[in-house]
Structures are given as C-alpha cells and as structure tokens.
Design a protein around this ligand. Sequence first.
Ligand code: PCA
Length: 205
Amino acid sequence: MAKVLLTGFEPYWDYPVNSSWVVAEKVAARGVVGVDIVIEQVPVSFSRVHVALREAVEKHSPNMLIMLGQSGGSDKVKLERVALNMMDSKLPDNDGYIPNEEPINIETPAALFTNIPIKSLRAAIEEQGISVKISNSCGLYVCNRLYYEALMLCKKYHLKSIFIHLPFYEGQPSAKPNKPTMPQNDMVKAIQTIIEKINDKYREF
Ligand code: PCA
C-alpha cells in the first residue's frame, strides 16, 4: 500500500490557527482508499523546517510527500510548481529570524520543479468544482524553504512530491477581514483528490 507523508505548518505571525494543519488533520481523519496517510506538523523556522522534514521522511519512509501551507489572501488552492534556492522576508519566522536574500545552498540548483504532472492534478480538482490554479512562485518564506528541501530529498529517495498553498478557511480565527476564504470541505476534497490521482498514476510505487 502506498504511503503518504502529509505535512502542515504550526501557527505563525498573528494567526493562532494555520489552515494547512487543520486541513492536514481532516484529510488524515477522512482518509483515502488504498493509501496510508501519516501527518506531521512542521515548524515555521528557516533553520529547523528542513531538519524536521528529513527526520519525518526517515521515520515514515513514504512514497509521496505532500506539503500544505497557508497562503492568506489567496482565493484558490494553489499547486506549486517550483521551489527557488533563495530565502528572503520582511517578517520574522517563529525563531525571530529575517533572511535577506540568502541562498538555501550555494552548491545546489537555482530552482527545483515538482516531479508530479501538475496539470492533470489541476484538471482533477477542477472537475470537483473547486477553485484551483497552478502557481509558479511558492514565495521566499518558510514554505519555499521546505519545498526546496523536499525536492532535494526526491533525488535521494524514491519520492513523488508537491507543495500546495491553501487559503484561509471559512470562519478561521484571525483570518484577515476582507480576505477570501474557502470552505474547509473543498480544501480537504482537493487534497484527497490529489492523493487519489497520484496513487492511481504511480501504482507501481
Ligand atoms: N505559510 C507560510 C509559512 C507557513 C505557512 O503556513 C509560507 O507561505 O511560507
């Protein structure tokens, strides 16, 4: 049976709840037929997030690595295509650190791409009537740091990996007023659909 490691982030900034973790927990609770789903919460920390990911991959030995992050202000599920070898932010991470145009690793590629055919995932989610788009920038904050590490790990382990940014959910505490929200059920369904699709495509894991 295929195994998915699904990650979500802890709270950060002035968000006491992170939609990515709430959705990860719901996906694990509802499950996907024929797939073993394990979830791990990862820290909003430039210096710790990749260590947490590596430990989780070594602990669970998944076939698929699906990472969720909150993108407050987005009105769609965003399938991230690329991670950049760069860290930059105006606001601190949860350790108080603010990187200023720092490469993640001076010896590794400038950009890494998901190894999952992203357009077929978009089509499958659209078929469910859920608002989705492909994004060509995961930002330069901690989500991008995590994604870059994940795509490096894909080279080392036999892994399929993608990062997905999620909007605030309807009724989320401290979601910014006037920012779009999405029903939790739609986001959960979108992630279940992604897991089903990847599992169908790579049955031979
Ligand atoms: N979103 C942030 C980091 C944690 C999260 O949920 C980001 O987009 O980088």
